[in-house]
Design a protein around this ligand. Structure first.
Ligand SMILES: NC(=O)c1ccc[n+]([C@@H]2O[C@H](COP(=O)([O-])OP(=O)(O)OC[C@H]3O[C@@H](n4cnc5c(N)ncnc54)[C@H](OP(=O)(O)O)[C@@H]3O)[C@@H](O)[C@H]2O)c1
Length: 292
């Protein structure tokens, strides 16, 4: 039995894709979800077992882990990942459960982003608990950030504004990040763990992202570089109307973007390496925009 957390996600939505793919591979899947919803009903219709629980409450995690030999652990870019990981570790400790963790390049003890440092510490906690952990620190931005962070301004003003600067950014689709997790669960021999840094599928600047959107939408779309504090404020305002955006994410993404603007993208995309890990052709941004 494989336990999947985060299967009701609406940002990268990696958990739901992991569930679907594991089912296709004939695996028994259980989901840990905070509440019942249309999303959990849809999962139950697929034959997935749903256990209601919260990573902030250790007592609710233990029943979800009964009979589980592997787990997929993901947490949104938001405050609270350290207690979530500590609760999960306390519940899973001694059970022999192998854990695949969805993470990000900025998970580092010295990263300027609070969320980057928290993610690193959360992963330390999982390892201190003696769990068999494989951490996927995806070294690329999700395509899904574009509609989440820029969808409104593109629709209303034909503009995407941020502080990434003019240079290239490495990109990956949430589906392919999920495919990495599926591969890590089913084909661990493909990964040199316990910490790995899978690369993105392609590099595109935000000018190129704007041009692809303009092509697709058939209207002008331009990229406007702005200062980090201006973008952070814009994202905090967006968080009041867009439920996948939150103020912690706003602070995190502006720190990450400002670093990319100053020093360039730290890890280059490598479609061939990604293809070898996931065993399929990675999605390009152009392909993604045709689907949304
Ligand atoms: N965005 C990027 O560019 C990027 C790049 C590289 C790596 N990543 C990594 O991707 C990860 C996020 O994955 P994702 O995009 O698939 O996530 P997501 O779509 O934001 O989904 C997050 C899930 O976590 C669940 N959740 C939140 N708090 C919980 C709690 N206390 N207990 C149980 N479940 C809880 C949510 O449930 P509800 O439905 O109840 O809210 C939701 O199902 C992050 O670790 C990030 O580092 C992201």
């Amino acid at each position: 039995m494989i336990l999947v957390t985060g299967a009701t996600g609406r940002h990268g939505g990696t958990g739901a894709h992991v569930v679907r793919r594991l089912q296709e591979e004939g695996r028994d899947v259980r989901v840990l979800a905070r509440t019942r919803s249309e999303r959990t009903e849809a999962l139950e219709e697929l034959g997935v077992e749903v256990v209601i629980g919260d990573l902030r409450d250790r007592r609710s995690i233990a029943p979800a882990l009964e009979g589980v030999d592997q787990a997929y652990f993901t947490y949104p870019i938001d405050a609270g990942v350290i207690p979530a990981a500590a609760n999960f570790a306390a519940a899973a400790r001694g059970s022999g459960t192998r854990v695949v963790v969805m993470s990000m390049g900025p998970a580092h003890p010295a990263h300027p982003s609070d969320r980057g440092r928290d993610q690193w510490l959360a992963e330390e906690v999982l390892q201190w608990a003696g769990l068999d952990v494989l951490v996927l620190r995806i070294a690329a931005a999700f395509h899904e950030n574009v509609p989440a962070l820029h969808g409104r301004s593109v629709a209303r003003e034909g503009v995407l504004r941020n502080c990434f600067g003019d240079g290239g950014v490495s990109w990956i689709n949430g589906r392919d990040a999920a495919e990495l997790a599926v591969a890590a669960l089913l084909h661990p021999e493909r990964f040199a763990g316990p910490i790995c840094y899978p690369r993105g599928a392609e590099e595109l600047s935000h000018h190129e992202i704007a041009a692809i959107l303009a092509d697709h939408l058939g209207k002008p779309v331009r990229f406007e570089p702005v200062e980090p504090e201006q973008w952070r404020r814009e994202l905090v305002a967006l968080s009041t109307v867009e439920d996948v955006v939150n103020p912690d994410m706003a602070a995190h993404i502006t720190e990450v973007a400002a670093r990319v603007a100053r020093h360039g993208s730290t890890t280059a995309a490598d479609a061939q390496a990604l293809r070898a890990l996931i065993g399929r052709e990675p999605m390009t941004f152009r392909e993604y925009v045709r689907l949304i």
